[in-house]
Design a protein around this ligand. Structure first.
Ligand code: MBD
Ligand code: FE
Length: 279
């Protein structure tokens, strides 16, 4: 069947047969998606057995709560960000720290503190490298922004996130830091390891069929928000990670790989108050 006939068929089924008030936006989106799916079935000669296999796949992915992992793995979440960048550029609002994807592992309600927080609960201190990070939140005019909320979350040494990994304490490696009078935040944590999709999960099963891995480089997530300002969703990547520019979720961007400085000298560590590093 040609595409025009498919469009007519879908129109007759979904639009013309409506006898009750409809949600126009939902109808518009559904008509488009069903039409596109029928065209793909036609063009690719998708067999009924393949169609049902696809439905079973999506059901299993949903039942395992993996749709939020599948979306970034297929580049869909990154695509939303590309569009958001384009919209900002059109509005003349480009600039500042680049955005990147949120991913499926944020949890609201992390403990809040002013200026500084320690993120880790200490359970991996024996094996982990200590990590300090500091920064300043600026408004669009480049003025430091006191009282901004910096929400931070990242994985542990196993690449796992608290709550999703029930072996971790609640809100381990998750904090909200309110910027100080100079717009600054700082935190102490552990150097995270990269995340890998559950090896037997739905997302990895599909990635295997595509010949792709399911790894992310080590990274730290941020929401930055303040009244009267747009919210920034972003991440930083840890430089040197083997997956730095080979992220299964396509979240790596220029400008989101900060310079690291490694402090190994015991005396320097002992003498330096790493919580007050501003000059
Ligand atoms: C993650 O930790 C993540 O940040 C994304 C985007 C997808 C899967 C796991
Ligand atoms: Fe993550």
């Amino acid at each position: 069947m040609n595409h025009k006939d498919i469009d007519q068929l879908v129109q007759s089924w979904i639009v013309d047969s409506a006898t009750r008030p409809a949600n126009p936006r939902v109808r518009q989106v559904v008509v488009r998606l069903v039409g596109d799916l029928c065209k793909a079935i036609e063009d690719l000669d998708i067999q009924p057995s393949e169609f049902w296999k696809g439905l079973e796949y999506l059901s299993a992915a949903g039942a395992a709560n993996e749709l939020g992992l599948l979306a970034p793995g297929l580049g869909l979440e990154r695509f939303l960000d590309i569009r958001a960048d384009e919209a900002e550029a059109r509005a003349g609002l480009a600039g500042g720290t680049p955005r990147t994807i949120e991913g499926p592992l944020y949890v609201a309600g992390a403990p809040e503190s002013n200026g500084f927080a320690r993120l880790d609960d200490g359970t991996e201190s024996a094996e982990a490298e200590v990590l300090f990070m500091q920064g300043t939140v600026y408004d669009r005019q480049g003025k430091p922004l006191p009282g901004a909320k910096v929400e931070v979350w990242h994985a542990n040494l196993m690449g796992n996130y608290s709550f999703f990994d029930q072996t971790q304490s609640h809100f381990n490696l998750r904090r909200t830091i309110v910027t100080d009078a100079e717009g600054r935040y700082q935190f102490r944590s552990i150097m995270p390891k990269g995340y890998g999709c559950p090896p037997d999960g739905s997302t990895q099963r599909l990635l295997d069929q595509l010949g792709r891995h399911g790894q992310r480089p080590a990274h730290i997530h941020f929401f930055v928000s303040a009244d009267g300002h747009r919210k920034l969703t972003t991440q930083i990547n840890i430089d040197g990670d083997e997956y730095l520019w080979d992220d299964f979720a396509f979240a790596s961007r220029e400008g989101l790989v900060p310079a690291l400085s490694k402090v190994t000298d015991a005396a320097a560590i002992a003498n330096k108050d790493l919580r007050q590093p501003y000059s």
